[in-house]
Design a protein around this ligand. Sequence first.
Ligand SMILES: [Zn+2]
Ligand SMILES: [Zn+2]
Length: 304
Amino acid sequence: MMLEVLFLGTGASIPSRRRSPACTVVRAGADMVMFDCGEGSQRQMMVSPLSFMKLKGILITHLHGDHIFGLPGLLQTMGLSGRTEPLVLRGPPGFTHAVETLLELFEGVRHYTLDIEDVDDGDVIGIGGLRIDCFKTVHGVPSVGFALETADRPGQFNRAKAEELGLEISDYKALRDGKTVKGVSPEDVIGDARPGFRVVYSGDTVPCDALRAAARDADLLIHEATYRDSEAELAARYGHTTVGQAARIAKETGCAHLALVHVSNRYDDELDEVEAEARRIFECTEVPEDLRMYRLDGNGFRSV
Ligand SMILES: [Zn+2]
Ligand SMILES: [Zn+2]
């Protein structure tokens, strides 16, 4: 079992030559969801290995343009491309009204259902086998962050013990399916189920307690880091987090890995320094480039 994380837009409010505005896709098997949908997200996804037709849900953290301007275009293209499966859309209070207003303004082809609702602190979204908890963030407008959890993973199969007990490779599948084979029961060779993965997506926010609670012991925290620490005053004024603050949150909450996104385009030529600044506090930090795909599995979180 593994989880793929595709960073489609890692920039902040203004797109740059190097970075698109906010958009991250997480896929766990057949369950694929998008967090935020900044302008150009559909084209970013077209040049990635994943198809937006397979998205089951799009979750928006707040109604600033750099997080939602890509949504009408993507919804239209899905319609024109023959989508029939319903699509889950969730966003903070005011989201449903905003999207319905936008869709009313334009003629479009759509043969699929939008399952659209506002969410707020404490709400839980179920998409396929994913559970996504919503928590309130602090950004000057209604805003939420999301904590995604996959279902428990099956326990580890102990091959050495299976061989010792006289089993052959052709017996393994039946055991994994819960059957007893040649007198050996699944519990003899398969360990306890392991907890699923937990990925937390901050959206735009100042450092806040609800996020800290959601991020506790997460496998991956995808956190905004709009400013470097030298501009902490601007970060506070505009409702954002600095690189160092995000790294400290990851460290203090016991996260395994941190990915920094929503990085201001003023740092496009100093991304190595941005990464170094975070790693001085929290070693397992990545500052992904647009279109970079990462894999999260039992061996960690790495670019593929
Ligand atoms: Zn933003
Ligand atoms: Zn914002």
